[in-house]
Write a protein that binds this ligand. Structure first.
Ligand code: ADA
Length: 522
C-alpha cells in the first residue's frame, strides 16, 4: 500500500476493519539517534524498529514521533501495525457518522538527530500600539547522557536575532522564550495572507556548524472577541464556510495534495472564508494551504456525539487530553487557525459532562491563550457550558430534522445563549444542512432531491445573512462522507454516507453549489 494511503482503497480491503502491518527497510548512514515522525496512523499504531517495540499511539488524527537512540549505521527495518477496529481500548474512534479508515493515512518522515535538538517552536504574534511583536518559545531536548549548553540563533523575515543560550540536563526538554518587536511586518489576513519563515538554529558550545535547525512558517494576526463579535487584527469578521470531513471517494481519509488544493479552490469559488475541521485535527498540509490562501480555520479535537456514558469510558479523559495537547502543540504556528474547539455534540447538557468540558477548555487555554475557544452544541435550551467558551456555537437543522423556520429558530437560539451564560458572546451556527443525493433530481422536490437540498440551504442562508447578531455560518457539509455501517438511524444512512455535502464524494457539485455561491459572495 502507498504511504500516505488507507487500505480501503485496495479492492480486497474496502470494508476491512482490523490490523495491518506496514514494513520497510531504511539505510542509516551514521551511528546516533533517529526520530520517526508519523503525521497520522489510523487509528492505533504500534511501531517496531528491528522487531523491537519502540512506540504506541492512539488517534488517527494527531501526529506523534518516536526517538530511537544509538542506532548503528546500516540497514534497519521499520514496521508499523495499524489497527482501525473499534473496541474497549478506543473511547473516541467509535462507530459514527464518518468513517475510521485504516492505515498510514498521513505522511511519515525519518530524521537523523544530534543528542541535542529542537523539539518544536511556538510563535505567538502580539499586536500593540507600538506595532507588531512576537513571542518565540523554543523547546530544546537533550537525549544524550551529559549536560549540554547550546546557543540559539533565530531569523524571521530576514531579520537576524541572536537569542541566547540554554542548558539542558540529560533527558530534559528546556524551554527558551524571547519577545521581540518586528517593525514593518505585514499582518496575515484573509485578503493578504502574508507568511514569514521563522528559522531557528542550535549550536553546541565550541562548534561553528549548527547541530540542528527548525524552520516554521508563521503569520502576524490576532483574534479577539468583543461586543459580541469576533475580530481578526481588531476588525470584525463573519465566518462563512463549511464543515469538512477528510474524505474522498478515491482516497478515503488520505487525501492527496492536489485534491486538497482542489477542495480549497472549490470552497473559495463558493465565496467561503472559513473551514471547520469537523470532527478532528486535520492533515497539516491542508492547514498549510489554509494559511497560504487566507482561509480561517476552526480546528477541533476528536469527538463526535458522545453520550455521557461514552464520556465516562475509562480512557476518555486521557485520550482527549492527548489529542488536545498534540493538536495545539503541532498546529500552534498556523495563523489560519483562529478557533480551537472541543467535543462536538457531547454531553454538555449534564453536570458531569460540564466538568469534562471545563477541564478540556482549561487545558487548551493554558497551552494557548491567543486563540478563541468554542464547542458546537445541539442542546438548545438545555446547554450548560456556554459560559466556559468565548464563542457560542449551535448545530441546528431547521427544515431538515424539524420543520422549523430558520429565522425564528436563530432568534430563539440567541435567547437560549443569552440566558445560559452566553450573553455578550459572539454566536456561530456551526452546522446546518440537509441531505441531497447527487443526481437525484425530481420535480416533486421531496427530501433527498438536489432541488430540496438547494432550497433548504437557501432558506437557511437567507435567514442567517439577515440577522445582525451572527458571527458565523458553517454549512454541514462541504463534501459527502462515508459513515460507519451499522444499525440504528444514524448508521443506516442511505448509501452508508452522510449526503449533506454541497459536493459529493467525488467533488461533483450539487444544485446547492450555486446557491451557496450567491449568498457567500454577497
Ligand atoms: C450532527 C453532527 C454531524 C452530523 C450531522 C448530521 O450535528 O455534528 O457530525 O452527524 O449532525 O448530518 O446529522
Amino acid at each position: 500500500m502507498p504511504v500516505p494511503g488507507c487500505w480501503e482503497m485496495h479492492p480486497q480491503f474496502t470494508t476491512y476493519q482490523g490490523k495491518g502491518v506496514y514494513r520497510r527497510t531504511v539505510e542509516i548512514s551514521r551511528k546516533g539517534a533517529i526520530r520517526l515522525v508519523f503525521k497520522g496512523v489510523s487509528h492505533t499504531a504500534d511501531v517496531f524498529f528491528d522487531g523491537k517495540p519502540v512506540g504506541h499511539h492512539y488517534n488517527a488524527y494527531t501526529p506523534f514521533a518516536v526517538v530511537i537512540p544509538d542506532v548503528e549505521p546500516g540497514t534497519h527495518e521499520v514496521a508499523v501495525v495499524a489497527d482501525n477496529s473499534f473496541g474497549e481500548m478506543s473511547a473516541l474512534h467509535v462507530p459514527n457518522d464518518y468513517y475510521t479508515y485504516g492505515g498510514l493515512i498521513r505522511p511519515v518522515a525519518i530524521e537523523l538527530l544530534h543528542e541535542l535538538f529542537i523539539e518544536r517552536i511556538a510563535f505567538t504574534p502580539i499586536r500593540s500600539s507600538e506595532g507588531w511583536q512576537g513571542t518565540i518559545r523554543l523547546f530544546v531536548r537533550n537525549i544524550g547522557n551529559r549536560e549540554r549548553r547550546a546557543r540559539l540563533q533565530f531569523s524571521l523575515g530576514g531579520q537576524e536575532i541572536a537569542a541566547g543560550t540554554v542548558d539542558a540536563m540529560p533527558g530534559e526538554i528546556v524551554e527558551f522564550s524571547i519577545t521581540k518587536p518586528f517593525p514593518g511586518v505585514i499582518p496575515w489576513s484573509a485578503n493578504d495572507p502574508k507568511l514569514y519563515l521563522l528559522k531557528a538554529q542550535l549550536y553546541v558550545e565550541g562548534q561553528e556548524v549548527p547541530v540542528d535547525d527548525l524552520i516554521e512558517r508563521v503569520g502576524f494576526r490576532t483574534v479577539t472577541t468583543e461586543n459580541g463579535r469576533i475580530q481578526v487584527n481588531g476588525e470584525d469578521v463573519v465566518l462563512k464556510g463549511f464543515n469538512r470531513h477528510e474524505d474522498h471517494a478515491l482516497a478515503g481519509a488520505a487525501i492527496p495534495y492536489p485534491l486538497m488544493v482542489h477542495d480549497i479552490e472549490l470552497m473559495l469559488d463558493m465565496g467561503a472564508n472559513t473551514v471547520r475541521t469537523s470532527h478532528y485535527p486535520n492533515d497539516e498540509r491542508f492547514l498549510d494551504l489554509c494559511d497560504e490562501r487566507g482561509l480561517f480555520v476552526w480546528e477541533e479535537n476528536h469527538a463526535r456525539g458522545l453520550s455521557l456514558e461514552q464520556m465516562k469510558h475509562p480512557l476518555f479523559a486521557k485520550q482527549c487530553e492527548d489529542c488536545n495537547r498534540e493538536m495545539v502543540e503541532n498546529h500552534f504556528n498556523h495563523p489560519s487557525i483562529i478557533i480551537w474547539a472541543i467535543l462536538n455534540e457531547c454531553a454538555s447538557d449534564t453536570p458531569e459532562g460540564r466538568e469534562m468540558y471545563r477541564t478540556q477548555l482549561e487545558q487548551i487555554r493554558t497551552m494557548d491563550s491567543s486563540r478563541t475557544l468554542s464547542f458546537a452544541s445541539h442542546h438548545r435550551d438545555r446547554e450548560l457550558c456556554f459560559d466556559l467558551a468565548d464563542i457560542v456555537s449551535f448545530n441546528l437543522y431547521p427544515l431538515w430534522y424539524e420543520d422549523e423556520d430558520p429565522l425564528e429558530l436563530i432568534k430563539q437560539a440567541r435567547l437560549w445563549a443569552d440566558q445560559a451564560g452566553g450573553l455578550g458572546k459572539p454566536m456561530i451556527i456551526s452546522e446546518f444542512g440537509a441531505d441531497g443525493y447527487y443526481g437525484y433530481r425530481d420535480p416533486s422536490r421531496v427530501k433527498g432531491t438536489e432541488e430540496r437540498h438547494a432550497e433548504i440551504i437557501e432558506r437557511n442562508l437567507a435567514a442567517y445573512v439577515s440577522v445582525p447578531f451572527l458571527s458565523g455560518m458553517l454549512i454541514w457539509q462541504f463534501c459527502d462522507c462515508r459513515v460507519t455501517e451499522g444499525t440504528g438511524w444514524l448508521l443506516t444512512r442511505a448509501g452508508t454516507q452522510n449526503s449533506k455535502g454541497i459536493v459529493d464524494r467525488y467533488r461533483r457539485p450539487k444544485l446547492a453549489y450555486s446557491v451557496v455561491q450567491r449568498y457567500f459572495k454577497m
